[in-house]
Design a protein around this ligand. Structure first.
Ligand code: PBG
Length: 338
């Protein structure tokens, strides 16, 4: 399909009237440049200990902390709807949190049990598991806090153990969200050595130090605990060239796909990465984005499905191949019925 550029169409009025193509639904569908499908959606899930319970998350209406058995049911529903993958996050009990986050590489931890249960019961849905220490540390940081600083290289040693443990449990995609330098190559080498040469890595390549993560930290119960902020490892929202550098490094270190996070405030970053590299790109529409859309809808100020679909297509337009969104189930139902 070719379009005349807008300067020409201006000169050529009334020969060119762009509204002709917009007149009917079928015609609008015909000229649609981007489409949203269930194949684009990844569902993030919070998992907690216990049995047959789905607990509300105050700051994320309609999102729950599920026990493993409930999470399996949701995964099955997601699979039936055509959602390709879920991204799972554990809510770790206080008594298992420590300074060094060692529960992160306990082979019987909540996340490993979740991975094997989901694999067992819903074998054909992709499982993405986060690599970072924040659910497991008493201080809420993604890395090891040593003398008031996050120690990059010592953190990597733990992230490697966490990655191997999750790969052994059957995780399909390892998703390092910790933002330590050099962690992708270290994890990739360890996976190769341990025989997990086909385990995919989705790196949180451009992850910004964002205030939009607030409700997520409530969800995994790490917000009260966070000492200080994450600005010494997550990116400065003022930067975009640096995102290209981060992405180039992660690709050269063996990432199979990359992510930009948060989503809507960073659409320009998605487009820049798309223009620069040939690699699948994912956008994470994070908790704060979800919650503000949900809150405005619950107040009757905005139409949830309308704004959600518009925001999801904006990710496609920007160049994302897929989107992690807490609305994945609802949107998949809507897409399947339209
Ligand atoms: C932590 C992690 C965070 C999110 C995903 N993994 C929070 C943080 O970096 O503090 C945020 C996701 C969201 O807000 O939905 N490793």
């Amino acid at each position: 399909m070719t379009f005349n550029n807008s300067i020409n169409s201006f000169n050529n009025f009334p020969l060119i009237r762009l509204r002709r193509n917009r007149k009917f639904e079928w015609s609008r569908n015909l000229i649609k440049e981007n489409n949203l499908s269930v194949n684009d959606l990844i569902l993030p899930l919070f998992i907690k200990e216990g049995n047959s319970e789905s607990e509300k998350i105050e700051s994320m209406p309609n999102v729950f902390r599920h026990t493993i058995d409930k999470a399996v049911l949701i995964c099955n529903q997601a699979y039936e709807l055509g959602i390709p993958a879920v991204a799972i996050f554990p809510v770790i009990e206080d008594k298992l949190k420590s300074e060094d986050g060692k529960e992160s590489y306990n082979k019987d931890n909540l996340i490993c049990r979740s991975i094997s249960e989901i694999k067992n019961k819903v074998p054909n849905i992709g499982i993405i598991a986060d690599i970072a220490l924040d659910p497991f540390t008493t201080h809420g940081h993604d890395g090891l806090l040593i003398n008031g600083k996050i120690d990059n290289d010592k953190t990597i040693d733990i992230l490697i153990k966490q990655s191997i443990t999750q790969a052994r449990a059957g995780c399909d995609i390892i998703a390092p969200s910790d933002m330590m330098d050099g962690r992708i190559i270290c994890i990739r080498n360890a996976l190769e050595e341990e025989g997990f040469k086909d385990t995919q890595i989705m790196s949180y390549a451009a992850k910004y130090a964002s205030s939009f993560y607030g409700p997520f930290r409530d969800a995994i119960q790490s917000s009260q605990k966070l000492l200080g902020n994450k600005k010494s490892y997550q990116m400065d929202p003022a930067n975009s060239r640096e995102a290209i550098q981060e992405t180039a490094l992660d690709i050269s270190e063996g990432a199979d796909m990359v992510m930009v996070k948060p989503g809507m405030p960073y659409l320009d970053i998605i487009t820049k990465i798309k223009n620069e590299f040939n690699i699948p790109i994912f956008a994470y529409q994070v908790s704060g984005e979800y919650s503000m859309m949900r809150a405005a809808s619950e107040n009757g100020w905005l139409d949830f499905n309308g704004i959600m679909e518009e925001s999801l297509i904006s990710f496609k337009r920007a160049g994302a191949d897929g989107i992690l969104t807490y609305s994945a189930l609802e949107i998949a139902i809507k897409l399947n019925n339209s």
